[in-house]
Design a protein around this ligand. Structure first.
Ligand code: ADP
Length: 304
């Protein structure tokens, strides 16, 4: 059985229903990937590495992870900090506005709260957001943990997922994103992220930038335009069928990554894995919210 550990922050999501009511759920980029990965490859072992609080919402999240069959052995508890929270409002044109309360969340202390960093897994997945929420000392600890895992044969997957407001400035984000790439065996750059963070305007510029990072497999996402894969010096483009009835693009990239990684771990080839990941993403964006129901998921996504 393949074992993957996914590190990051899951928050409470409050979505405005009307002027007076909110629907509550739990989401976060790496958490979304963990949920979709597990749905695509149920026979795998998926552990989520994070920290939560001692509040009732943290208990609810833990219960939710159990429902998703995500292993919680690496969920640590803070006695002083709670879960982060974000709120989404959709205006009449379907445009979304986000407000976040996450600066003091328990997840920002994960590396300080970890009782032991001595574990083994086949894959370790993290994102630029996982790094951004940590202070510099914990960022160094994270990269030491990753080096240790690599030495034990674990492979590393990384999505830069650039969120400007989580970083002090662009230079800081560039520095840590490049470190994330440099330890990766599989990377998921997004066209939008690279445009904002590095001013890269096309796949070649992204691949040129990544050339000295020695990443075995690079899977570049570019919305409905298609997926570019660079592996063993061979580049290919996998077309994506454009979804016309998009309801909510939240978690498109996270769902893609979960599907792609699950397919690769099920020994599918990169091109087939990209088509599978794109199908997962295309399904997720036709439903509201980051995590769609398992019924909706299963009615569209064939098992691997
Ligand atoms: P991110 O969410 O990381 O910015 P993208 O916007 O590139 O990532 O979307 C991730 C994946 O979601 C794409 O690779 C594609 O497979 C799928 N996707 C996004 N938008 C559409 C769309 N309009 N139609 C079909 N697939 C889409």
């Amino acid at each position: 059985m393949k074992r993957i550990v996914i590190f990051g922050e899951c928050m409470v999501e409050l979505r405005a229903q009307d002027d007076d009511s909110m629907a509550k759920s739990f989401a976060g980029d790496t958490y979304n990937t963990a949920v979709y990965f597990k749905r695509c490859l149920p026979e795998s072992s998926v552990s989520y590495l994070t920290a939560i609080g001692a509040d009732f919402l943290s208990d609810e999240l833990l219960f939710k992870m159990g429902e998703h069959e995500i292993n919680t052995d690496f969920v640590f508890r803070s006695t002083t900090q709670n879960l982060g929270l974000y709120m989404i409002r959709n205006d009449n044109q379907g445009e979304r506005t986000f407000a976040y309360w996450r600066a003091q969340s328990a997840a920002t202390q994960t590396l300080n709260l970890m009782s032991s960093t001595d574990f083994q897994c086949d894959w370790f997945y993290f994102s630029g957001i996982s790094v951004a929420i940590l202070d510099d000392e914990q960022r160094e600890k994270l990269f030491l943990l990753i080096e240790d895992l690599k030495a034990k044969g674990c492979q590393i997957a990384f999505d830069p997922n650039y969120r400007p407001r989580l970083w002090k400035n662009k230079e800081e984000a560039q520095y840590w994103t490049s470190k994330g790439y440099a330890v990766s065996d599989l990377a998921f750059p997004g066209a939008d992220d690279h445009l904002t963070l590095f001013s890269h305007t096309n796949a070649d510029e992204i691949f040129d930038y990544l050339a000295d990072k020695h990443i075995g497999e690079i899977v570049m996402k570019n919305g409905a335009i298609g997926v570019h894969i660079l592996r063993e010096n061979e580049q290919c483009i996998v077309p994506v069928e454009r979804v016309t009835n998009v309801v909510d693009t939240t978690a498109a990239g996270d769902a893609f990554n979960g599907g792609y990684l699950a397919a690769r771990l099920a020994d599918k080839k990169p091109v087939e894995s990209a088509s599978y990941g794109a199908k997962v993403a295309a399904t997720v964006i036709t439903y509201p919210g980051a995590i769609i129901s398992s019924d909706a998921f299963e009615s569209h996504i064939p098992s691997l």
